[in-house]
Design a protein around this ligand. Structure first.
Ligand code: FAD
Length: 402
């Protein structure tokens, strides 16, 4: 049985890896699973789920993964490395434990952006919050401030109004302009428990043990004002959690992981899914879709790589690796000829690599034209012939160019 390890939530990945009979471990740093999704009170846009809470859906993701035998480990991934054989990978946890695996799916998502204003760190958990679902109950019948104007800020403000006395949204834009989509905006404007302070930012969060106010600045006039409040909810965006991978994995300018259409990163066998990736839409449904793709791709990677290791790199006898396409006449003819010749050279093994299905191996050995035959001895490439003619084929069995 092959082994695979994935980082963070990716319950869908877990299901598929297990169905593919891959041993799958899910590593999560927090005690409570579910990532950002578990912090939202209402989830209405996952297919088949008319209405649910984020934690509710995440609980079902977890049960589904458990059913297929996914194992769970608590720990914070601090680094990942690729072994000398290029196949095995090592995951280093913050508590110094190390885990060895053949494929990794990174699903470390994103975390709330920290504004870094005075009082934000000091009062975190004492009136400063990044999660309405988690903390709303502490503010029953009290007044709170929400910083931000995107979808998350607006949706969480509407949720907060079910519990608190009043929400004041601090918005940097001109009056009437929010970053949220139209439906969310309409909900916010129609809610008489939500007030707005336009063209403004929060310069500082103030209090005495607990938050009791914010200092606001009008970005147009420069005027400042104090606003009394019992709590501050910050929804000013998120940052990808890629610090542990930044020396190995290719990121875009904003720190998100670049992937191809199989969710593979620049490192073969390391995949990335969900909010941590460079993508157009960051939602539960797209994260799950990425997970399905990555799980199948990781399964294929491990199977192909194990086959290559056993049949070619660890072979005690010479191997002729034919990079070919079953759709191409020359390729088919070449394989037939080589197979016939193995009658005279029974100690040689023929291994075929369909370059459409296994572009990764073709890239690794820089095979640009097919058919190409690479002769391996003791795991090392000894000879390569591209589009060989009938007279050259003997060289491949004799191991040298005449
Ligand atoms: C308030 C809010 C409301 C939302 N509402 C909706 C909605 O209604 N519909 C919708 O489709 N989407 C919604 N989203 C977006 C949705 O939650 C995300 O798109 C989704 O959670 C992304 O999943 P993910 O697995 O990629 O990342 P995340 O959910 O961010 O999960 C990442 C996980 O990785 C863990 N982790 C991070 N670093 C490490 C490490 N080094 N080692 C170990 N573990 C680590 C984290 O603890 C976390 O559990 C909302 C998001 C928020 C914040």
């Amino acid at each position: 049985m092959s082994s695979s390890s994935e980082v963070a939530r990716g319950a869908v990945c877990g299901d598929l890896c297990s169905q593919g009979r891959m041993k799958t471990l899910l590593i999560e740093e927090k005690r409570k699973m579910g990532g950002q999704c578990a912090t939202t009170s209402e989830l209405e846009n996952y297919p088949g789920i008319i209405e649910d809470t984020g934690p509710g859906l995440m609980e079902r993701f977890r049960s589904h993964a458990e059913k297929f035998g996914v194992e769970f480990e608590r720990g914070r991934v601090a680094g990942i490395e690729v072994g000398d054989d290029g196949f095995h990978k090592e995951i280093r946890l913050a508590d110094e434990r190390t885990l060895r695996t053949k494929s990794i799916i990174i699903a470390t998502g994103a975390a709330p952006r920290i504004l870094g204003i005075p009082g934000e760190k000091e009062f975190r958990g004492q009136g400063v919050s990044y999660c309405a679902t988690c903390d709303a109950d502490f503010y029953e019948e009290l007044d709170v401030v929400v910083v931000g104007s995107g979808n998350t800020a607006v949706e969480e403000s509407v949720f907060l109004t079910k519990v608190v006395n009043k929400v004041t949204m601090i918005v940097v834009h001109d009056e009437g302009k929010l970053d949220a989509d139209r439906v969310a905006q309409e909900q916010a404007f129609a809610n008489d428990k939500i007030e707005f302070v336009w063209n403004s930012t929060v310069d500082a969060i103030e209090g005495d043990g607990l938050v009791n106010g914010v200092r606001l600045r009008n970005i147009k006039t420069g005027e400042t004002q104090q606003l009394a409040t019992d709590g501050v909810f910050m929804f000013v965006g998120t940052v990808p959690q890629t610090g542990f991978a930044k020396d190995l994995i290719e990121l875009n300018g904003a720190g998100y992981i670049k992937t191809d259409d199989k969710q593979q990163t620049n490192i073969p066998g390391i995949f990335a899914v969900g909010d941590v990736t460079d993508k157009f839409l960051r939602q539960v449904v797209t994260a799950a879709g990425d997970g399905a793709v990555a799980a199948v791709a990781a399964n294929g990677y491990v199977e192909q790589e194990e086959y290559w290791q056993q049949q070619v790199l660890k072979s005690q006898t010479p191997v002729l690796a034919v990079f070919w396409s079953p759709l191409e006449g020359d390729s088919v003819q070449l394989i037939q000829s080589l197979e016939e010749m193995t009658i005279a050279y029974p100690d040689h093994r023929i291994v075929t690599v369909d370059t459409y299905k296994n572009q990764m191996l073709a890239d690794r050995y820089e095979v640009q034209e097919i058919p190409a035959v690479l002769r391996f001895e003791q795991g090392q490439e000894q000879l390569r012939l591209v589009q060989p003619g009938a007279v050259e084929l003997n060289q491949l069995f004799q191991g040298s160019k005449s």
